[in-house]
Design a protein around this ligand. Structure first.
Ligand SMILES: Nc1ncnc2c1ncn2[C@@H]1O[C@H](COP(=O)(O)OP(=O)(O)OP(=O)(O)O)[C@@H](O)[C@H]1O
Length: 313
């Protein structure tokens, strides 16, 4: 059923200690809720895809995790500690903002020196090695690098801080497909070397399919889906068959998306426990990550099980 999903099966359990945990988390800007009633837990060592349409609240959630803004409601914990101004756990978190935190007038070497001065856990050899392996000249001004090279420098700086949780807000934005692939490959190499947990937001779901193993879907400020990607894919399937039979399925199985012509219907459904035997005229197949995400985004009222496992701290 999950054959189309190429991410390696993870040995992690959903009940391993949560690196990141939100409970009833909400953020209001003046009269508008950017994030509401957000509860989720991410186990250690996961690579998390945070997806959702424009204005869904992704940046707001990531800024709350990084301690850059304070919640209006609820709490977010990293490594079991509530995030706040005095949170020592934030020393274990690196955040790469959407508008890469680089200074155009600095050379790459100066950016690395800056990183070394600001970060007590800085690994200078690692930073230089990563930049040189990518053939990025140390003496070039950051403003003269390509978008892909700038993303790689920002990633190298973040990794050199030796975080245990790396939070990246749209690291792939404005990059061409090859640069996106290269950045994701670099990120995966860092994950393989260090075992760090990564949360990254993106609009391009297909870029995440091979590398991420945990999915969070935000829609209109609410969490619709949070869970292990393999589990989520296994819990859904696509049914296609005669339109005349559609009502027999929709009455018995939770339908996330429904696309019909006069004679034919395609349904993306959630497998309930004890899923009913279907008429042989139905054709069933597995879903891929992009289909799953799109189906939920089209139905903001739908939420997926399993619900996040919250771990007592
Ligand atoms: N500083 C702010 N002041 C007022 N409203 C804000 C502020 N930051 C975000 N918002 C609002 O909160 C909502 C969520 O915004 P957010 O940037 O978190 O979404 P997003 O999912 O990251 O969007 P995008 O994909 O477009 O970057 C939006 O309606 C946005 O206009």
């Amino acid at each position: 059923m999950t054959g189309e999903h190429t991410a390696p099966m993870s040995a992690h359990s959903t009940t391993s200690p949560a690196v990141l945990e939100a409970t009833g988390l909400g953020k209001r800007y003046r009269g508008t809720w950017a994030l509401r009633d957000c509860s989720l837990a991410v186990p250690a060592g996961r690579v998390v895809a945070l997806v959702g349409p424009n204005g869904a609240g992704k940046s707001t959630l990531l800024h709350l995790v990084a301690g850059l803004i304070a919640p209006t409601q609820g709490v977010v914990r990293v490594f079991g500690e509530p995030v706040g101004q005095r949170s020592s756990a934030l020393a274990r978190v690196a955040f790469v903002a959407q508008d890469k935190p680089l200074y155009d007038g600095f050379t790459v070497a100066e950016m690395l020196r800056f990183g070394r001065l600001l970060n007590p856990r800085w690994d200078d050899a690692l930073a230089r090695q990563r930049v040189m392996e990518l053939d990025i000249p140390l003496n070039r001004k950051v403003g003269k690098l390509s978008g892909g090279q700038q993303a790689q420098v920002a990633l190298s700086i973040a990794v050199a801080k030796q975080p245990e949780l790396l939070v990246m807000d749209e690291p792939l934005a404005n990059l061409d497909p090859l640069a996106r692939h290269d950045v994701m490959r670099s990120l995966m190499a860092a994950v393989a070397e260090t075992g760090l947990t990564v949360v990254l937001s993106s609009h391009v779901v297909s870029d995440l399919e091979e590398t991420c193993d945990w999915l969070i879907v935000l829609n209109r400020g609410r969490v619709q889906v949070s869970g292990d990607i393999d589990d989520l894919l296994a819990a859904h399937r696509v049914l296609s068959g005669p339109a005349a039979l559609a009502d027999t399925v929709t009455a018995r199985i939770p339908v996330i998306s429904d696309s019909r012509t006069e004679r034919h219907v395609t349904l993306l459904v959630r497998n309930g426990q004890g899923a009913p035997t279907l008429d042989p005229r139905w054709n069933a197949r597995g879903v891929n990550l992009e289909e799953l995400v799109l189906a939920y985004l089209r139905r903001p009222d739908a939420a997926s099980l399993p619900r996040p496992v919250l771990i007592d701290s």
